[in-house]
Design a protein. Structure first.
Length: 134
């Protein structure tokens, strides 16, 4: 509902506000997964066979971070302008396939309740201050 209020602002400011929100969402997802291995519902865990392989490689096995292959997956994580909004995620190729597979096993794309509250506060600040916070 708060996003609808952004529609009352001039187009250039509205785009700036939506981009800032999309960037914040992307940053939250990336940090939550890479630093804590936290999906939407729980800590993400590796299958036992893959966990053993990772241990032999000297890689983190406490929780899934989706950071194998020297973080190539996260270097391709991005926001892309699409019409009046932004798409958050992976556009194509192997990174998209890896992310899709992992999301099906351990959902991580989306916002936790705490992240939703943070975004809601951000939207209120943007609306209340007339986008001067951007």
């Amino acid at each position: 509902q708060q996003l609808k209020k952004l529609g009352k602002f001039p187009q250039n400011l509205r785009n700036k506000g939506v981009k800032k929100i999309a960037t914040t969402i992307a940053t939250n997802i990336s940090k939550r997964v890479q630093q804590q291995g936290q999906g939407l519902n729980r800590k993400m865990q590796y299958k036992d066979s893959y966990k053993k392989w990772r241990q032999k490689q000297g890689l983190n096995t406490r929780f899934k971070t989706l950071s194998a292959n020297k973080n190539r997956l996260w270097t391709q994580f991005d926001i892309t302008k699409t019409g009046s909004g932004y798409r958050i995620g992976w556009a194509k190729g192997e990174a998209k396939n890896i992310a899709t597979y992992n999301h099906e096993k351990d959902p991580f794309m989306g916002l936790t309740r705490e992240e939703e509250k943070h975004i809601d506060r951000m939207i209120h600040r943007i609306i209340d201050k007339g986008l001067s916070t951007l």
